[in-house]
Design a protein around this ligand. Structure first.
Ligand code: ZN
Length: 270
């Protein structure tokens, strides 16, 4: 089986230090987390920016730039910038950070209800972000919250707006999105092209079981305080700890871990 690519999503838009003091908020903390997680076995880092004062999600280009430059300088990680809309839904704000030309960026190809809000991604907005990624030579990580979003992505690829092989992230177990079951994971995997790569982001308590299933099925894995702040019930996690646990699980299944450069080859980035 191909080596395992581990993505670390250390911050996200929601958890604060009050929820878990290990959530990195400032650019320096995020860069330090990247260094530790690379050493532990991660090869991709998925980043969000936060306001330094109140820790809320931020669209501030300068904060993204500081994180991006620091991680580029201090690590060999593949940097994946989020274009998620929790910090602000406007296209201009979500697109601006792509001008940093990270190797990857997240792209959600449809709309979904979050537990208390609508995550709106209109066809025009998806198309505009996809075109920007193509212009800057960025590989999208296609965020799939429901099955229909796969077809939307395939349509964009058919129009020549995305290069194949595609890379998908199945976001499972969020209230309002596809439930985190083995049956659904098999269906999602069977709905993408054979040559595509894929990973799973199980939300909350689903993180570990979905990771283990993905490792066994030939997919990739994500460790993330972004949407799971616990190591196990009642015990807070650190990002590094979550990466180490995935390495352990993969070793148990005799699947080796990809370095960032090996991940670049698997994903067709080089
Ligand atoms: Zn994210």
């Amino acid at each position: 089986m191909a080596k395992l690519i581990i993505t670390i999503a250390p911050t996200g838009s929601i958890p604060t230090k009050k929820n878990n003091p290990n959530v990195p908020i400032s650019p320096d903390e995020i860069i330090q987390t990247g260094i530790l997680c690379e050493k532990a076995g991660a090869s991709i880092i998925h980043i969000h920016a936060r306001n330094p004062v109140d820790e809320t999600a931020s669209t501030d280009f300068q904060i993204f730039k500081k994180i991006f430059q620091g991680l580029s300088r201090e690590t060999n990680l593949i940097i994946q910038i989020s274009t998620g809309g929790r910090a602000g839904m406007e296209y201009e704000k979500r697109s601006e950070r792509l001008s940093l030309k990270p190797e990857m960026a997240s792209l959600t190809t449809g709309s979904v209800n979050f537990p208390s809000s609508v995550y709106a991604n209109s066809p025009d907005l998806i198309c505009a972000l996809t075109k920007d990624m193509k212009t800057y030579g960025i590989k999208p990580e296609i965020e799939i919250f429901d099955v229909s979003m796969i077809q939307n992505a395939l349509d964009l690829a058919d129009q020549g707006l995305m290069s194949r092989p595609l890379h998908f992230d199945f976001v499972m177990g969020l209230k309002g999105a596809i439930p985190a079951t083995i049956e659904n994971l098999v269906h999602l995997k069977n709905s993408i092209p054979r040559e595509a790569t894929w990973t799973v982001a199980g939300i909350g308590a689903y993180q570990l079981p979905m990771c283990i299933r993905a490792i066994a099925m030939g997919g990739q894995a994500r460790a993330r305080l972004e949407d799971c702040i616990h190591y196990r019930k009642g015990e807070l996690a650190s990002n590094e700890q979550l990466v180490k646990r995935i390495v352990q699980a993969s070793n148990m299944m005799s699947r080796k871990i990809a370095t960032p450069d090996e991940a670049r080859k698997i994903l067709g980035l080089v």
